[in-house]
Write a protein that binds this ligand. Structure first.
Ligand code: ATP
Length: 367
């Protein structure tokens, strides 16, 4: 097991591309850290710097408390798993898994024992004699995992290991991989652009955008209390509703959120809504998830936002209603079969306001 600390790590390629921009990140002993972000955000480059396959332009890669910038890859105790599996086509499954052991001079007999043990843990014990070309995608990925595990590394580095597989198999393997590495207790850094993968597998998720670290936290933290508007908009499907509002605190101690031509009143006796009061006189952005908004009958009075349905989207397990509420559009988890005019329960809004960011990034409040 290993710890990894990145201190102000930067990578500027020869053509001037800033792939990683002063990233600070700590990965704890035995932790499963997922690097998440869109294509080109610098995830792979960051991973390759931890592996020693790429040199940082500046900053420090620290492994187990020691500066590792100049440590060659083979001395870092890492095993990498890639999306293309990178198996040797002319070798059998058994030879592929045992290859790292052969390289480090382990004799045939103990090698075969260790290979058999790993293969059986991965459920591929019965295909050891086959060549990679005779395997399914899922089996090939298990072989790649086996080859990484057999070395008993201190650190697993995985770069989109499931992206070449179909969605059913991906879901199955992501549970398998996260279960397996937790059982082994090996510290893991896992790169993906798939947020479902990130949120289901990670102990903590680090979200990157254009080389800059946006947020780090448990899946619940980054989903529920995103650190930046970018993360709020990036994470979750459907995307988070981001509503612009002007805040006014009234003398009778209630808070009014002016959204276009609608006003939503928040009570003073609610801790979260009271924190909104700090933004008196300011325009803010409120993030509200679709599942936090409930359609209510048109006759409901009081704290509701009124919207007109633009269209409905049916997803099998849920239906989403896309509404205009004046200047903005919101997405709501639809319950039942609503009429065309849908007041949205402000109680939901009140309870789930999760984070506010002042316009232009000026000031924010953790709720
Ligand atoms: P993907 O998910 O598509 O693999 P990524 O988030 O892993 O993307 P990187 O591969 O780390 O992103 O690339 C980050 C940025 O650095 C991109 O703009 C990419 O084009 C650039 N880049 C990567 N390698 C090089 C290189 N050798 N020379 C110049 N630019 C590079």
């Amino acid at each position: 097991m290993a710890t990894v600390a990145l201190k102000d790590v930067m990578k500027v390629f020869a053509d001037g591309t800033v792939a990683v921009d002063r990233v600070n990140l700590d990965v704890g002993q035995g932790e499963f850290m997922v690097l998440l972000g869109p294509s080109g955000c610098g995830k792979s480059t960051l991973l390759r710097m931890v592996a020693g396959l790429e040199d940082p332009t500046s900053g420090a890669v620290i492994m187990d408390g020691e500066l590792a910038n100049d440590l060659p890859p083979r001395e870092r105790g890492v095993a990498m798993v890639f999306q293309d599996f990178a198996l040797y086509p002319h070798m059998t499954v058994g030879e592929n898994i045992g290859f790292p052991l052969r390289l480090s001079g382990v004799d045939a007999e103990p090698r075969a024992e260790q290979v058999a043990e790993v293969a059986s843990a991965l459920g591929i014990g019965d295909v050891l004699a086959r060549k990679p070309g005779q395997l399914s995608g899922g089996q090939r990925q298990r072989v790649a995992m086996g080859r990484a595990i057999v070395r008993r590394p201190k650190l697993f580095l995985m770069d989109e290991p499931l992206s070449n597989l179909d969605s059913g198999l991906r879901a199955e393997l992501r549970a398998e991989i996260s279960g397996l590495v937790r059982e082994l207790g090996v510290t893991t850094i896992y790169v993906t652009h798939d947020q479902a993968e990130a949120l289901t597998m990670a102990d903590r998720v680090a979200i990157l955008r254009k080389g800059v670290l946006q947020d780090v936290g448990t899946p619940t933290q980054v989903y529920g209390r995103p650190a930046t508007l970018y993360v709020a908009a990036f994470l979750g499907s459907p995307r988070m509703n981001l509503l612009e509002a002007e805040v006014y605190v009234h003398l009778d101690r209630h808070i009014a959120l002016h959204m276009g031509d609608q006003v939503l009143h928040l009570p003073w006796n609610d801790l979260r809504s009271r924190q909104v009061a700090h933004f008196h006189g300011e325009r803010i952005v409120i993030g509200v998830r679709a599942e936090a908004l409930t359609p209510v009958p048109d006759t409901t009075s009081g704290d509701v936002l009124r919207g007109r349905i633009r269209y409905l989207e049916h997803h099998g397990h849920e239906s989403l209603a896309f509404l205009d509420i004046g200047a903005t559009a919101v997405i709501v988890d639809e319950i039942g079969n609503p009429p065309t005019d849908v007041p949205i329960n402000g109680g939901g809004l009140r309870r789930f306001v999760s984070r506010l960011t002042g316009r232009g990034g000026s000031g924010s409040a953790e709720l």
